[in-house]
Design a protein around this ligand. Structure first.
Ligand SMILES: C[S@@+](CC[C@H](N)C(=O)[O-])C[C@H]1O[C@@H](n2cnc3c(N)ncnc32)[C@H](O)[C@@H]1O
Length: 278
């Protein structure tokens, strides 16, 4: 019979403080059950007696366990062309504008921050391919704190039920259906993969990019953060965006009263505010 571990107040508070300090993810009282169920399996695997022992392990500075713990605490729900109006706006407004603006360098830099299993950056890449000619240098940086989802994104293999609702033309052009044992999966076309650089990155840490970005997608990530963390993050995005750059956020993530560095220009689409230098 499986041991049922008790998650007491002390350990619950330790664990949610740990995840907050490390990733910015704020967990309210209602998340006790989630933490309990996501970690119980781990305690069994490590043959620990209780949550207090697990907290000690994390407190000892074990980096591998911190990674496992962080991966377990993230919520990775995503889909291809999620909030499709963003991709329409990207195709019809943002990319045509940036192509005029950047006609001399023919270079575009896009960031999918909190990319989860890759559906978002691949959707961006498919949209870019509809509008931007092949002789442009377009790179998409796709990052997530969760090392497991970044690996999945890199592989670019998806169950057919994740892609079946997609536009037929896109499916034909960008997915290769598996055979034999892989008959229920499809592989992303390498042309799209080559446009994307996948990296594990904690948004709370330093960022590697040197040049300015033209577009940032950070959707359905900051809903898990508190207001001060959101403010810091969006101000950093503003610092890393080209003066004519764009920011896409999730449907429930308005920047009102969070930062004044952006102007709302569409449905959860923002441009960097022009009145400030930088
Ligand atoms: C709900 S998913 C959203 C995926 C995608 N952007 C979308 O909208 O479909 C949120 C992602 O944010 C990531 N995340 C949470 N905290 C993070 C942090 N501090 N740094 C980087 N990624 C983080 C999670 O691992 C998760 O994959």
């Amino acid at each position: 019979m499986k041991t049922r571990f008790e998650l007491g107040d002390r350990e619950f508070n330790f664990l949610r403080q740990k995840v907050f300090n490390h990733s910015g993810i704020a967990m309210g009282d209602e998340k006790r059950q989630l933490i309990h169920s996501r970690l119980s399996k781990r305690l069994r695997k490590l043959s620990l007696k209780n949550f207090a022992e697990y907290c000690q392990l994390l407190d000892s500075g074990d980096e591998d366990e911190l990674l496992y713990f962080t991966n377990a605490m993230t919520t990775n729900l995503t889909s291809f062309f999620r909030e499709n109006h963003h991709f329409e706006y990207l195709q019809q407004t943002v990319l045509p504008y940036l192509m005029k603006l950047k006609a001399d360098t023919r270079k575009l830099r896009i960031w999918s921050a909190g990319c989860s299993t890759g559906e978002e950056p691949y959707s961006i890449a498919m949209t870019v391919k509809k509008v931007v000619p092949d002789n442009w240098d377009v790179k998409i940086l796709a990052t997530d704190i969760d090392s497991n989802v970044v690996e999945t994104a890199k592989h670019g293999i998806y169950k057919l039920d994740r892609i079946n609702g997609m536009d037929r033309e896109l499916l034909k052009k960008w997915f290769l259906k598996g055979r034999g044992g892989n008959h229920d999966k499809a592989l992303i076309n390498p042309v799209l993969k080559e446009m994307i650089i996948f990296k594990q990155l904690n948004l709370m840490h330093d960022w590697p990019m040197k040049g300015l970005l033209d577009v940032i997608f950070c959707r359905n990530v900051v809903i898990y953060f508190d207001k001060p963390t959101q403010t810091k993050l969006f101000d950093r995005y503003a610092d890393h965006l080209h003066p004519e750059g764009y920011l896409f956020v999730g449907h429930s993530e308005a920047l009102f009263k969070v930062t004044e560095r952006f102007d709302l220009i569409g449905n959860t689409v923002y441009s960097k505010r022009k009145t400030r230098q930088g």
